[in-house]
Design a protein around this ligand. Structure first.
Ligand code: HEC
Ligand code: HEC
Length: 307
């Protein structure tokens, strides 16, 4: 396997440009549904004690995560895993670090029902919303019906589908503005390809489309308690496999890794070079790769400007 890796990376290098595609500019959502979903996403009534909304852990004015190592739910309960961004999550092949939700629809109820996150349940949420004339009118308008569980989920998912961040410098480069990247940024992209970062971080989300092991070329020494994909499959081979995270907007979403234990982008890139590529990182290369990664920051989702 070890001998195959360089070969694989070379093949990937050749295909590199096709391996990453830009985010679409258009929202492609039902706007009324998405706007209702936006209201629900930001509504603390979705938690049992009305203190926590989805946006408490997925800040929509920043990178779509909460910039904490671990998220804090109802009654100040601390979770044990880093909150990923909700931006561009519609492009992920499955949801969660261990992929236990097959899509966004399946994902919504997990935090809602988690006693350490929102500690609620969907029936309770529907009952609360039914007390609001404003919500009654909105559901009537959008679904032509009374408030129902499936509509709450559907609206939130529609909003999440609108949380895309198009028009990053790198996307503009992909679309033909070849001179938009500086020399250093281009150099960083070359390294990203030649080192094979792109073999795991690819697709429209530059991540989010496969599970991979952490410590693939250099064993991680610390005792890692969160077993990742293994939790779902119970297959020994899946221990320490995680959904490869997106690198879009990565400069905004520190701290890093599922464990949230890496505080800076520099350390994250250094860690990846050492444990996923097996090279001793040198400062100049790390700087170049970071410059490239910063070109992946896109526009704030358009839906945030629409009322
Ligand atoms: C208390 C903090 C908290 C709240 C509240 C919360 N989330 Fe999350 N969210 C997280 C954490 C932590 C994860 C990662 C969990 C895991 O992978 O096991 C996550 C994962 C996700 C993901 C998967 C992203 C990916 O790349 O895998 C989506 C989508 C998401 N949340 C949307 C929501 C929605 C919608 C709500 C409201 C119904 C919500 N979250 C409420 C903390 C929170
Ligand atoms: C073999 C697959 C693989 C390769 C190669 C790889 N990565 Fe990763 N990368 C991952 C996985 C899996 C994670 C999540 C690790 C975790 O949560 O513990 C990750 C996480 C990251 C993160 C942190 C993301 C976040 O939101 O926490 C950054 C930044 C990153 N990689 C950049 C790179 C760079 C730069 C390279 C090349 C030098 C690279 N990766 C090579 C699989 C890979």
């Amino acid at each position: 396997m070890k001998k195959l890796i360089p070969l694989l990376f070379f093949a990937v290098h050749l295909m590199a440009l096709e391996l990453i595609s830009p985010i679409e500019d258009d929202l492609n959502v039902d706007l009324n549904k998405a706007l209702l979903g936006k209201k629900l996403f930001m509504d603390p009534q979705l938690s049992h004690d009305n203190t926590i909304s989805c946006a408490s852990c997925h800040h929509l004015d920043k990178g779509g995560d909460d910039n904490r190592q671990f998220s804090v739910g109802v009654n100040n309960k601390m979770g044990n895993i880093n909150s990923p961004t909700v931006f561009n999550s519609k492009y992920n092949f499955v949801q969660f670090w261990d992929g236990r939700a097959k899509d966004l629809e399946e994902q919504v109820l997990v935090p809602l029902h988690n006693p350490d996150e929102m500690n609620s349940n969907i029936q309770e949420v529907v009952e609360k919303l039914k007390k609001s004339q404003e919500y009654k009118n909105l559901f009537q308008k959008v679904y032509n019906d009374t408030i129902k569980e499936e509509y709450v989920i559907d609206a939130i998912v529609e909003f999440e589908k609108a949380l895309i961040t198009p028009n990053s410098k790198f996307d503009r480069y992909l679309k033909g503005e070849v001179n938009i990247l500086s020399h250093v940024e281009k150099e960083g992209f070359e390294l990203f390809k030649s080192y094979g970062c792109i073999s795991c971080h690819n697709g429209v989300n530059i991540g989010g489309n496969l599970f991979q092991r952490v410590g693939i070329v250099k064993q991680i020494k610390y005792e890692n308690k969160y077993l990742g994909r293994y939790n779902v499959t119970k297959d020994e081979e899946d221990k320490y496999f995680y959904k490869v995270p997106t690198l879009r907007n990565i400069e905004l979403t520190a701290p890093y890794l599922h464990s949230g234990e890496i505080k800076t982008l520099r350390e994250a890139v250094t860690f990846m070079m050492e444990y996923q590529i097996g090279v001793t990182p040198n400062a100049a290369e790390v700087n170049h790769i970071m410059a490239f990664l910063r070109t992946l920051t896109g526009n704030r989702p358009k839906i945030m400007e629409i009322d």
